[in-house]
Design a protein around this ligand. Structure first.
Ligand code: ATP
Length: 510
């Protein structure tokens, strides 16, 4: 089968109820998407799994949930008001507007992220690049700030300008002292936040990959300023294999190299903290069913790096439109805390018990992940067309599957069998997201459930009336087992958590 394109995925998502174009009845709204009845479940499961793994199961990270609109000074201190901008190419004739670095990358295959407007102008002129829609010459480039502005308070003309946050990150710094004191955090520690972010992207595209409203899951991970080299958890991930693409490899036109973290550390390819966070993040994806071969870790080139970042690596995924950033992990040093100290006049340093001195911790890593890009990753890696079944099987990890169990009466014209299926549904629905379905043939219902990623099918039939047992069908293999109704809940729980093999959970039906 030819590789699924991003357009195919958008069509599939719309057809099955995962994602719709926003306000389609009004012609849609570029850069905005609505999650449907299955999409919202998958997205919530992704966010819950992320929170469990990164916050609840760790002693060193706590979460917060800050407001979306915040004091405008926060964005002055962070540097967003002044420099959160992209360079725009505008066509004077057809009014087309394009993000300059993406256009140049596409046309000339060179990475110009971080280049100045004059450099972009000269590249455009030198290579005679024209408007892709009407072939006119572009106007000189313009800087375009990506933050959405709004007013706060009832008087529009006099009220202060505020911004919709372009990232979730800054409140981990603004609330830093409160969180550290109340949660009694000791270095190294992290503060996590997940939620909506807004960017007025010049050219939103590639379905959910680049939109104007999206969600992020971010951590600011702080270390002692004198202990930035050693990561105390390095042994947990030392054997993880990553596909490394360092700045040097890119400059020398070499290919990425797969190696274990311990070898990369020996070769001084990467710092311990970066290796730790990149591995931890890739493992989160692969533990939830994503395919390791579709990931690589790419170091930013010098000119690409933000001015405050000491080192940045992206976790990239092999999307149908190329290797692209899924998550950025920057070492931001003490830049942010110091900026907020400067702009607020408040002391955000903490007391170091060992040296009895005040210190400003370093953000040794800021793993910053997009929920919607993660959604795409899980969908692409789960999607399979099954030739024998002649339908798509969405092999999502059971923890992510929008619906865990589809409950079906084998036939819908036999009252007792329907009644039993209803009983089973009522038994399960409080613990698992279940779907009761009695319309169409049983084969059709299984196919529908496969395409929606439903992990298990549970069918009541004539035997159920005799012995209180049901058939449980596995989505990925179509294998079936027979199991007693009173064992169902516990068995399904274990199957979702991978504590039990399906073949061992009941009597295999031949
Ligand atoms: P890009 O270079 O692709 O524009 P970025 O470097 O600006 O991304 P960050 O500021 O590092 O992105 O944001 C962290 C993460 O948030 C990204 O890795 C991505 O997963 C997600 N993200 C950023 N912008 C968007 C967007 N417009 N739509 C969807 N997700 C986004």
């Amino acid at each position: 089968m030819t590789k699924l394109t991003i357009e195919d995925m958008a069509i599939f998502c719309k057809k099955k109820g995962f994602v719709y174009p926003n306000s389609e009845i009004y012609g849609g709204f570029s850069g905005f998407w609505d999650y449907g009845h299955l999409g919202v479940e998958l997205k919530n499961n992704i966010k819950n799994e992320w929170w469990k793994y990164h916050v609840q199961s760790r002693e060193d990270i706590v979460g917060i949930d800050g407001s979306i609109i915040t004091h405008p000074k926060v964005w002055e201190a962070s540097g967003h008001v002044e420099s959160f901008q992209d360079i725009m190419l505008a066509c004077p004739k057809c009014k087309e507007k394009i993000r300059a670095d993406h256009f140049i990358q596409e046309k000339l295959q060179v990475n110009v992220e971080g280049h100045k407007a004059e450099e972009i102008n000269s590249i455009i002129k030198k290579n005679k690049l024209k408007c892709p829609k009407c072939s006119s010459d572009f106007e000189d480039t313009q800087q375009f700030n990506l933050m959405f502005k709004t007013n706060v308070g009832p008087k529009e003309d006099k009220s202060p300008i505020a911004y919709l946050r372009p990232e979730t990150a800054q409140l981990m710094f603004a609330d830093f002292k409160l969180v550290v004191d109340n949660a009694r955090l000791k270095l190294p520690f992290g503060i996590a936040q997940a939620g909506r972010a807004f960017r007025n992207e010049i050219s939103p595209r590639d379905f959910l990959f680049r939109s104007r409203e999206f969600e992020q899951m971010e951590i600011e991970y702080f270390a002692h300023p004198e202990q930035t080299n050693k990561c105390p958890f390095i042994n947990e991930i030392i054997d993880t294999e990553l596909n490394f693409y360092s700045a040097e490899m890119q400059q020398k036109n070499k290919k990425p190299v797969k190696m274990e973290v311990k070898d990369a550390l020996n070769q001084r390819l990467i710092s311990e903290w970066h290796a730790y966070w990149l591995s931890t993040e890739q493992n989160w994806f692969t533990n939830l069913g994503a395919k390791a071969e579709n990931f690589r870790v790419r170091q930013h080139l010098r000119e690409e790096k933000s001015h405050y970042a000491l080192d940045t690596w992206d976790l990239e995924y092999n999307f149908p439109f190329g290797w692209k950033e899924l998550q950025g992990i920057a070492n931001r040093t003490d830049f942010d805390l110091k900026q907020h100290m400067k702009f607020s006049g408040k002391d955000l340093s903490i007391f170091d018990e060992e040296t009895k001195k005040k210190i400003v911790p370093h953000v040794i890593a800021e793993p910053s992940l997009g929920v919607d890009r993660s959604f795409l990753v899980f969908m692409f890696d789960a999607y399979e067309y099954d030739k024998k079944r002649e339908n798509v099987v969405l092999k999502l990890h059971p923890k992510l599957a929008p619906v865990k169990v589809g409950v079906f009466p084998l036939v819908s014209n036999k009252l007792e069998i329907v009644k039993k299926a209803r009983e089973v549904y009522d038994l399960l629905k409080n613990e698992f997201n279940c779907r009761y379905d009695c319309s169409g043939s049983i084969g059709r219902r299984y196919a529908r459930a496969d395409e929606e990623g439903t992990f298990l099918g549970c069918t009541t039939d004539f035997d159920t009336l005799k012995d209180e047992s049901v058939t449980l069908r596995h989505r990925d293999t179509t294998e079936q087992i027979r199991i007693k109704i009173d064992e169902l809940k516990e068995t399904i729980r274990k199957l979702i958590n991978n504590e039990l093999k399906f073949e061992e959970a009941g009597k295999l039906v031949k």
